[in-house]
Design a protein around this ligand. Structure first.
Ligand SMILES: NC(=O)CC[C@H](N)C(=O)O
Length: 194
């Protein structure tokens, strides 16, 4: 059975994530209100603008439901503003602190070839758009990739967060990795209930 993956669709580039996930065989549901989280196998929080997204989450009463969803062990994948939303100062789902627009105000966007731990094949062509980096992290947070020594891809158990936008360049390997996390979380769930 294919995974049912939610994409937080309050603001930002959720449509590009939905298209990529569908292309990889997942079923996708856009998430706008708490009930949309029911029965999801995983959730993507897309890039966009973190202040606007925060206001939307407050307006819809999504903060506690999103925290409960992650606490249940369901995989969550945050990209760019989505990484910011996961940090200690926002939803507090991951033990990281992000710096917004970390690469400098003048550097609105750049591309870089990134080696990412656990991603096989050629380097990932990563598009950064007013991107954050991870300034602080807890011990259980693994750094998968860094630019100039600053983490731009991190993982904490079933939580994955990156500073860049694979959904804009047709780079599928990060979404595939996320779907693999969903499959292994599902296997653990089945093992628990067996
Ligand atoms: N591309 C992005 O998601 C940029 C994030 C944006 N700079 C913010 O702080 O919210």
């Amino acid at each position: 059975m294919s995974a049912l993956v939610g994409v937080l669709a309050l603001q930002g580039d959720f449509a590009a994530h939905a298209a990529m996930l569908r292309g990889l065989g997942a079923e996708v549901r856009e998430v706008r209100v708490p009930a949309d989280l029911d029965d999801l196998d995983g959730l993507v929080i897309p890039g966009g603008e973190s202040t606007t997204m925060t206001l939307g989450i407050e307006r819809e009463g999504l903060g506690d439901p999103l925290r409960a969803f992650a606490a249940s062990g369901a995989p969550v994948f945050g990209t760019c503003a989505g990484l910011i939303m996961l940090d200690r100062d926002h939803l507090g789902i991951m033990d990281v602190l992000a710096t917004r627009n970390a690469f400098g105000r003048q550097v609105h966007s750049f591309e870089e070839d990134l080696e990412i731990a656990g991603v096989d094949g050629p380097p990932v062509r990563a598009i950064f758009i007013r991107a954050p980096w991870v300034a602080e992290r807890g011990e259980q947070v693994e750094v998968l990739a860094a630019v100039d020594g600053h983490p731009v891809a991190v993982q904490q158990g079933s939580l994955l967060a990156i500073s860049f936008h694979p959904e804009l360049s047709g780079e599928t390997r990060l979404h595939e990795r996320f779907l693999a996390l969903i499959r292994s979380a599902g296997d653990r769930g089945r093992a628990r209930s067996a």
